[in-house]
Every structure is written in C-alpha cells, then in structure tokens.
Design a protein around this ligand. Structure first.
Ligand code: ZN
Length: 105
C-alpha cells in the first residue's frame, strides 16, 4: 500500500517577505567621489575676519580690530571682539586664506 507524502500549504507556497535583507553600504559611504555630487572642491571664502592694511586682524561684521586671546592646542587661535562682545576662533589652517582689506559689500 503506497502512502502519499503529506504536504501542507506552508511547505508548498513560496514564502514571501522572508527574503534575505538587502545589504546597504555603511552609513556615510558614497558611491561617487566628493565633488561630483554637488560639493565643490574649492574652499569657501573667509568672511568672518580680514587683515586690515594696518596689519591687524579685524572682525568683518563690525570692522573693529580683534583682541588676541591666545592659542588652543596649537590648532586654533582665539580672538575677542570688544564691539560685538563675541568670541572668534580661527583654525590655523585658514590663516593663509584670510583676505586683506575691508570686505567688499
Ligand atoms: Zn565685531
């Protein structure tokens, strides 16, 4: 006497929704290099401060000379604007890019 195997609907029907999860790249990874997706390679202009022709560093917002307060870990230089009562920190890496003269409005 032959016996037919017992099958259930679960074993016959293809399982939906249990596909292996799609692998996505790590967060923050890009497919295209920077500069091709809207981010330009050029550095943005320095607009917070400028070197006045008198040799001092001036605050671009008010045009007043900044007061030197010191350096931080050799990486940043701290200034203070007495007119705006505002702390201004500049990274050492941008010193060569600070414009000379009052900013053009
Ligand atoms: Zn100021």
């Amino acid at each position: 006497m032959a016996v037919a195997p017992i099958t259930t609907q679960e074993s016959e029907a293809p399982v939906r929704g249990e596909a292996t999860p799609r692998r996505r790249g790590r967060p923050g990874t890009r497919r295209t290099p920077r500069g091709q997706d809207g981010n330009p390679h050029e550095n943005p202009p320095i607009v917070t401060v400028y070197f006045h022709t008198d040799g001092e560093l001036h605050h671009a917002w008010c045009g007043q000379a900044l007061e030197f307060h010191g350096t931080r870990a050799g990486l940043e230089i701290d200034f203070f604007c007495l007119y705006c009562v505002e702390h201004v920190t500049l990274p050492n890496s941008i010193l060569s890019r600070i414009p000379v003269g009052p900013p053009l409005v």
